[in-house]
Write a protein that binds this ligand. Structure first.
Ligand code: XMP
Length: 319
């Protein structure tokens, strides 16, 4: 029977048999899939698992510390944190094209990850959080059908280059099954039911050139939006929600006087498969509260707008 307990039992046994005494490397992003793989492999092989968490400076507020707290402190997983913020910022400097930004980030991620892997000479396996829908999607991509709109870099790229054998313990599971497994393995509810976050992170939520100061502003605005969603019990009702930083200045007036500063857009969508989506009809009083908090608490923002575009025609992310 399908119970999380049975699945964990079978999966851990299979992994132990597969890798024996070898070391396994995992790129931990803090997303649901890689988190569940980390927890599962830790249960199966303990210290034979080495996780590399790359902080690219494009994560949400306090996200890096939270990942370390959950995995290293709480679960006792072996996690190497690579602080590569400056490298990513330097590589992105001056680039404003969305696809070029994605490619720079994807390439640099592999480079940084590869460097860490090279330091661990005895690693034989690479674990990946591939789930069943990824398998289907990749099959589609090879026929040229899927994802020509935006280049995603979740699957592929690493193994050939690094000559590691693959462990993919979630390959046969759907997302809801992965979440149930995560809960059973003791991951916090918050990480298991987290909204998806794109690999290129805040880089595709700061339109145009990536700017470290804008990233700081965006992080705070996004955190206000997300914490208010949680406080209002709305977080789980939307599929994805986030703030976007617009490189457009508008005039505002506050208690202190005139303000001429960038605009923050809020986006929240409801969707089953992320291929189509409708904008979430959040209550006006809620949006009012979030908007007031953002302008009152962040000096570098002049006004807040709400995105009322569906997908299609608009994509979920703004870039
Ligand atoms: P779009 O913007 O294409 O997004 O409607 C659909 C879903 O995919 C996520 N997304 C990405 N995920 N790398 C990722 O790992 C990317 O480059 C990327 N672009 C979009 C987006 O957050 C949404 O959940």
């Amino acid at each position: 029977a399908w119970t999380p307990g049975n699945i964990i039992h079978d999966a851990t046994a299979r992994v132990r048999e597969q890798v024996g005494q070898d070391k396994v490397l995992l790129a931990l992003s803090g997303g649901v899939d890689s988190s569940v793989v980390a927890a599962l492999l830790h249960k199966a092989i303990g210290d034979q698992l080495v996780c590399v968490f790359v902080d690219n400076g494009l994560l949400r507020l306090n996200e890096g510390d939270q990942v370390m707290k959950t995995f290293a402190d709480h679960l006792g997983v072996n996690v190497i944190r690579v602080n590569a913020q400056e490298r990513f910022m330097a590589a992105l400097a001056g680039e404003s094209d969305p696809e070029a930004k994605r490619k720079i980030i994807g390439r640099l991620f592999i480079e940084v990850f590869d460097e860490e892997a090279a330091k661990l000479s005895d690693v034989k396996w690479l674990a990946q959080g591939t789930i069943y829908p990824d398998v289907i999607e990749s099959a589609g991509a090879s026929t040229g059908k899927a994802h020509v709109i935006k280049s995603h870099h979740n699957v592929g790229g690493l193994p050939e280059q690094m000559k590691l054998k693959l462990v993919e313990p979630l390959r046969e599971l759907f997302k809801d099954e992965v979440r149930r497994l995560g809960l059973e393995l003791g991951l916090p509810r918050e990480s298991v039911f987290r909204h998806p976050f794109p690999g290129p992170g805040l880089a595709v939520r700061m339109l145009g050139e990536v700017d470290p100061q804008a990233a700081d502003t965006l992080r705070v605005a996004d955190d206000i939006f997300i914490s208010e969603l949680r406080a209002a019990g709305l977080y789980d009702q939307v599929s994805q929600a986030f703030a976007v930083w617009l490189p457009v200045k508008s005039v505002g007036v506050t208690g202190d006087g005139r303000r001429y500063a960038p605009v923050i857009a809020l986006r929240a969508v409801e969707t089953i498969d992320f291929m189509t989506a409708r904008w979430a009809h959040l209550p006006y009083e809620f949006l009012d509260k979030v908007s007031r908090r953002i302008v009152n608490e962040i000096e570098g923002v002049s006004r807040v707008v709400y995105d009322v575009s569906g997908k299609p025609p608009a994509t979920i992310e703004w870039e």
